[in-house]
Ligand binder design. Structure first.
Ligand code: PHB
Length: 404
């Protein structure tokens, strides 16, 4: 027997309808929506439960994402602990300018940490006793170009193989699903930025009720939060900077300087730094978001720079469309929505790419910028905050474009 066949026969075999690689917001939310529609899935994750529940990531949910979570019965804790925000502040040249989302669009956003949502999704999955495997290794997807996709992985020293109808690649930018697509199928679109964010989670009350995005000649700063006692704060840093280059005092000093108001009255409340890390800035799209019976969702298919707060929301929209398509396939046999999955997602994805790129370029200090560019940037901020039409453009995109 050839070695491969021997390994295959030794594998523990499983069967499900949808094999899901990755237990982040995309994979977990997909498994939940499918279960509600009576579709079975198995979720695999190569990290530990503790890791995915504690990694600090994004924190802003669009109104549409909140609506999806509520409709799926997942909104209880988010409703209690999430912070509803009706606007944001754009600060530059020492002055703040509020953009009133509610007045401009009738919608708001909710600040709720991604890891909190992940905890809720894991709890819901486990409460229903449905399969969710952490700490698996050597995950490999195969057969999606034909009718019998499969996923192999190792768990507790044994090899397993899941036979499934479809595979959902929800395993993030560094996952294995996208690279498993044969060469030549995907077109990759990418932009990197000559800066990153140094972010901290601090035991300090938020500086203000709403998020503050600050443009400053020393670089961008963002004041966000996770709760009435926890702040999430970022300063623009070099793309290669590591945390060693940014002791706490340096971060606090930059935060204070970049967010200072002309009247000298504003201070960012300081406190113990609980976590510190670098957020890279990248725009990336893989097209199409599918290959045969493999469907990519969330960061596996696209990355946005965090300035527009779109990442988690795009993942949820993908999964919403993928669920609709899989439900149609299982209920009526129709492949139409599955065939159109990528095109449907990408229309929204590219608009979010454009918005995230625009927010990023408008608010950051670009090392290459000429004095002309800097004047133009300030004129753009001045126009934005002085024109109701321009503020509405920002607001409409920030609260989230409509989900079909
Ligand atoms: C965050 O709270 O982590 C956050 C908020 C808004 C952003 C990015 C990150 O644009």
């Amino acid at each position: 027997m050839p070695a491969d066949d021997a390994a295959a026969s030794a594998a523990v075999r499983h069967r499900t309808q949808v094999g899901i690689v990755g237990a982040g917001p995309a994979g977990l939310f997909l498994s939940h929506l499918l279960a509600r529609a009576g579709i079975d899935s198995i979720v695999l994750e190569d990290r530990s439960r503790d890791y995915v529940e504690s990694r600090i990531r994004a924190g802003v949910l669009e109104q549409g994402s909140v609506d999806l979570l509520n409709a799926a019965g997942l909104g209880a804790r988010m409703g209690r602990e999430g912070l509803a925000h009706a606007g944001i502040e754009i600060r530059f040249e020492g002055r703040g300018h509020r953009i009133d989302f509610l007045a401009l669009t009738g919608k708001a956003i909710t600040v709720y940490g991604q890891h909190e949502l992940v905890k809720d999704l894991i709890a819901a999955r486990l409460a229903e006793g449905r399969p969710l495997h952490f700490d698996v290794s050597d995950v490999a997807v195969a057969g999606f170009d034909g009718d019998s996709p499969s996923i192999r992985y190792r768990e507790d020293g044994e090899t397993h193989e899941i036979a499934c109808d479809f595979i959902a690649g929800c395993d993030g930018f560094h996952g294995i699903c996208r690279p498993s697509v044969p060469a030549g199928v995907l077109a990759l679109y990418e932009r990197s930025y000559p800066f990153a964010w140094m972010g901290i989670l601090a035991e300090a009350p938020p500086a203000s009720k709403e998020l503050i995005y600050a443009h400053h000649e020393r670089g961008f700063a963002l004041l966000s939060m996770r709760s009435p006692t926890l702040s999430r704060l970022y300063v623009q840093c070099g793309p290669e900077d590591d945390v060693a280059a940014w002791p706490d005092e340096r971060i606090w000093d930059e935060l204070q300087r970049r967010t200072a108001t002309s009247d000298g009255a504003f201070r960012v409340p300081q406190g113990a730094v609980l976590q510190k890390g670098v957020t890279p800035m990248r725009s990336f799209v893989a097209e199409p978001m599918q290959c045969g019976r493999l469907f990519l969702a969330g960061d596996a298919a696209h990355i946005v720079p965090p300035t527009g707060a779109k990442g988690m929301n795009l993942a949820m929209a993908d999964v919403h469309y993928l669920t609709q398509a899989l439900v149609a396939r299982y209920r009526s046999g129709s492949m139409d929505l599955l065939d159109g999955y990528s095109a449907r997602c990408l229309r929204r994805v590219w608009k979010a790419q454009r918005f995230s790129w625009w927010m990023t370029t408008m608010l950051h200090r670009h090392p290459e910028d000429s004095p002309f560019d800097r004047r133009r940037q300030l004129a753009e901020l001045d126009y934005l905050t002085g024109s109701e039409a321009a503020m509405r453009v920002l607001a409409e995109n920030y609260v989230g474009l409509p989900l079909e």
